[in-house]
Design a protein around this ligand. Structure first.
Ligand code: C2E
Ligand code: MG
Ligand code: MG
Ligand code: MG
Length: 284
């Protein structure tokens, strides 16, 4: 009887659902372990001034070790971390590691700004502002070398509170970038209320801009918008020279993407940054 019952209950799970549940369980175990051991990996993707090919900053991108020498992409665990509340510890650890890295570069005479992704959920944390201030203090990184990347959803949910937090963070001298711009629901009137410094054109528009007129129009419009609001503009997901050239023609200043560099582990990032300085192509 008992056997039948369990067989019956299994009947209702599709294979896909079972696979998904196992994956979730595994991600949960690995993520908790990494957090307990402060053992998340952070990779750094360079950002370049497309006019001078100067390395000007990096974006930090979290990675979870898969246990077999490889990494699990954040697309497989950020949502889980948000749902379980683990995102708060994750965010703190990534921020601290990123600030330590940028401080080390600075101490070697390599002024590299580090941009850290902050998820919408982290803005529900009443301690976010204090956490940022504490980590800057602890790592001794001057605030102008830190940028936070937020998405439109973070801004829309909990509007007033998020604005007040961003203003405090911006007031410390940390810059604020709006990530994946164009994919969310920001209205232009909202944009003006946030202390923004940078717009990042979503990579889907960059990917399609050379064979889809709509995408190209959106890219053009975002660049013009950034210029008129006096914001820096970053194009992400640049994979071809044609895309880079076109973006440059349209007035985009900063580029990021596989064409320029993939995200690098800390050792490779250190080497690249060091050699950029030697070659004199790093901004002083
Ligand atoms: P994002 O912030 O928009 O980051 C850009 C993503 O595009 C990264 O994926 C990067 O590896 C990838 N990418 C860069 N250049 C190219 C390119 O030329 N072509 C293509 N196809 N992709 C490119 P990744 O590292 O898998 O991260 C995915 C997303 O996960 C990020 O999107 C961000 O939203 C989130 N994320 C990553 N690290 C963190 C973190 O520390 N905290 C939080 N809250 N979210 C994070
Ligand atoms: Mg980002
Ligand atoms: Mg993005
Ligand atoms: Mg994205």
């Amino acid at each position: 009887k008992a056997k039948n019952e369990s067989a019956n209950s299994y009947f209702y799970f599709s294979d896909d659902l079972q696979v998904e549940m196992n994956r979730r369980l595994e991600v949960g175990i690995k993520l908790r372990k990494a957090l307990d051991e402060n053992d998340l990996d952070v990779h750094y993707q360079p950002k370049y001034d497309v006019n001078t090919d100067t390395l000007i900053g990096v974006e930090s991108l979290v990675r979870l070790k898969d246990g077999q020498g490889g990494f699990i992409s954040p697309v497989h665990f950020i949502e889980y971390a948000e749902e379980t509340g683990l995102i708060f510890r994750l965010g703190e650890q990534v921020l601290e590691k990123s600030c330590i890295a940028a401080k080390n570069w600075l101490d070697k005479g390599l002024p590299i700004k580090v941009a850290v992704n902050i998820s919408a959920k982290q803005f529900t944390d009443t301690k976010l502002v204090d956490t940022v201030a504490e980590i800057l203090e602890r790592t001794q990184l001057p605030s102008r070398y830190l940028e936070l990347e937020v998405t439109e959803s973070a801004l829309i949910e909990n509007f007033d509170y998020t604005v007040s937090q961003l203003k405090l963070i911006s007031g410390m001298g940390v810059s604020i970038a709006l990530d994946d711009f164009g994919t969310g629901y920001s209205s232009l009137s909202y944009l003006r209320l946030f202390p923004l410094d940078v717009l990042k054109i979503d990579q889907s528009f960059v990917r399609d801009m050379l064979n889809d007129e709509q995408a190209l129009n959106i890219v053009t419009t975002i660049i013009e918008l950034a210029h008129s609001l006096k914001l820096q503009i970053v194009a992400e997901g640049i994979e071809t020279l044609e895309q880079k050239d076109r973006l440059q023609e349209l007035g985009c200043q900063i580029g990021q993407g596989y064409l320029l560099s993939k995200p690098l582990d800390i050792d490779k990032a250190n080497k690249l940054i060091q050699s950029s300085m030697v070659e004199g192509i790093l901004c002083p």
